[in-house]
Design a protein around this ligand. Structure first.
Ligand code: MD3
Ligand code: FE
Length: 208
């Protein structure tokens, strides 16, 4: 894991927030639920990009359309595409940018991100708004964990071994940032989902 503290200047954070507001106006935040029993998660979500992550009674998965509006997800903002390019150097663009919205009482339990096909691609995450206590463990749930503070403007790059590590968000510290109008936190997580552009190319097309 590479934590780039205060990577995004306040003006950039504001511009990014404006981009996210425009996305959420078209693709409203929804409340995902746990697979099978349908217990709501405390984090609300939306997405941008060709694919969006969601969770409902049928399970965790990526979908090309919003679960409520049935519309395609809005495009990933150029400045996020650029950030992916600059920081990951990965040859393929991200396909999904998950938008997590945490009110002060929201948290995210320890989990692994493994609904993607491409585990070789890194994950890039951006934090906006109030501080959060983030926990990173190992490949197994019982492995020891370490806690970090994530602050507005921080960028996290997950690659290699940490790509499949357990992680979660234990706590939001309301009132620690003035970026958002209300107490809370936004996290953006960019991911490559499919291997080598299988979604956008005709069957059997050459990649070079
Ligand atoms: C470490 N989000 O959306 S972002 C998620 O702050 C998620 O909203 C958290 O976990 C949040 O899945 C953490 C940083 C992050 C993202 C993916 C990871 C850390 C990760 C994948 C592996 C290990
Ligand atoms: Fe995660």
């Amino acid at each position: 894991m590479r934590l780039l503290s205060a990577h995004l200047a306040p003006e950039i954070q504001k511009a990014l927030l404006k981009d996210i507001r425009a996305i959420v106006a078209k693709a409203p935040l929804f409340t995902p639920t746990m697979p099978r029993w349908g217990k709501p998660l405390s984090v609300r979500m939306s997405n941008c990009g060709p694919l969006g992550w969601l969770s409902d009674k049928s399970g965790y998965r990526y979908e090309p359309v919003h679960p409520v509006t049935g519309q395609p997800w809005p495009a990933i903002p150029d400045r996020l595409m650029q950030l992916w390019q600059d920081l990951t150097g990965y040859p393929l663009p991200p396909e999904a940018c998950l938008i997590n919205y945490y009110r002060p009482d929201a948290k995210m339990g320890l989990h692994v991100d493994n609904d993607e096909e491409d585990f070789d691609a890194p994950i890039l995450s951006v934090s906006l708004g109030d501080d959060a206590r983030f926990r990173l463990g190992g490949r197994e749930r019982k492995d020891p964990t370490q806690s970090f503070l994530l602050q507005s403007g921080d960028v996290l790059l997950l690659e290699g071994e940490d790509r499949l590590a357990y992680h979660g968000v234990d706590k939001i510290y309301p009132g620690t940032s003035t970026l958002l109008k209300e107490p809370g936190r936004i996290n953006l997580t960019m991911r490559r989902v499919t291997k080598a552009g299988s979604d956008t190319r005709p069957e059997g097309a050459s990649r070079d």
